[in-house]
Design a protein around this ligand. Structure first.
Ligand code: SAM
Length: 265
């Protein structure tokens, strides 16, 4: 999978070089490019924002640097209509999107978008090319978002009902959630199957050695070696936990059997 991220703080994304995502990049499972939006500006101050039409607090990100950055990522032309430059210096183009080739997916993090979840992460993990546009200030001029919809499969995406200062952290959240689902990124793929949100239930409580720690014992059943009983115990804990903290998730599950229902009622 190819991932491009555009930000005025490219150093924010350095965390993606660590741990499993960093390894996936080293192994070539992920082709990750971070672009500095200011590379697509041509004035002395590398201006990316201006005051909002209609008044109001805060600044708005200008359309043209974003358009040039997107064109560069798509390998389109020499940097748009301004005639002021070559469309930046960082990252590599992808060779365009003509014909019936799948359009790259452009994700614009925004608290005004639908909320990202595990289903969306699974869907995105099958994509060939994701582009993340990290807004700052009050956000990005709507016209370039509308314009980008002609070139990309455009998705506004929130990571939750709260407001961050910029799209970098939100993009990293989504990149991590998506990348770990790409075959080969997680060493043992079985560790993905019983996770919270995988099948609509939250994960059961987990324990490791020693069996007794500060007078607290590991639940005896986990030491029994009885795999059937352990699986039942774990499912019961998942059901209880989900019913206690996320009844909204439980309400969406339609395959609970009699035993399951007895646990949650
Ligand atoms: N004026 C915007 C609004 O009211 O919807 C908020 C702008 S916020 C200060 C700046 C940027 O942070 C946004 O453009 C977006 O990229 C990012 N952001 C903030 N909260 C987010 C969230 N919950 N999910 C995804 N991105 C978020």
């Amino acid at each position: 999978m190819k991932i491009d991220v555009v930000s005025i703080f490219p150093e924010y994304l350095a965390g993606l070089k660590l741990s499993l995502i960093g390894k996936a990049v080293e192994q070539g499972l992920l082709d990750l490019n971070v672009h500095d939006l200011r590379d697509f500006t041509f004035d002395r101050h590398n201006t990316v924002d201006d005051s909002p039409y209609g008044g109001g607090a805060g600044m708005v990100m200008k359309a043209e640097p974003w358009a040039l950055a997107f064109e560069h990522i798509l390998g389109e032309g020499t940097g748009g209509t301004s005639g002021e430059g070559t469309g930046g210096t960082s990252g590599e183009g992808t060779g365009g999107t003509s014909g019936d080739v799948e359009k790259p997916i452009l994700i614009v993090p925004s608290p005004a978008g639908p909320v990202f979840n595990q289903r969306i992460a699974e869907d995105l993990s099958g994509a060939e090319h994701l582009v993340f546009a990290c807004g700052r200030y009050e956000g990005i001029d709507q016209r370039v978002i509308d314009w980008s919809a002609e070139r990309f499969d455009l998705r506004l995406m929130s990571i939750g009902d709260y407001v961050l200062n910029g799209g970098e952290v939100a993009s990293m959240v989504m990149i991590e959630a998506v990348s770990r689902l790409i075959p080969g990124v997680i060493g043992n793929p079985e560790s993905l199957t019983e996770e919270s949100h995988e099948d609509g239930l939250l994960e059961y409580p987990i324990y490791t050695k020693p069996a007794r720690w500060r007078d607290r014992d590991v639940p005896e059943i986990l030491l029994s070696g009885n795999h059937g009983a352990i699986a039942r115990w774990r499912r019961d804990r998942r059901l209880e936990r989900t019913a206690a903290v996320r009844p909204d998730l439980l309400a969406e599950l339609h395959d609970l059997d009699k035993h399951d229902r007895a646990v949650v009622e």
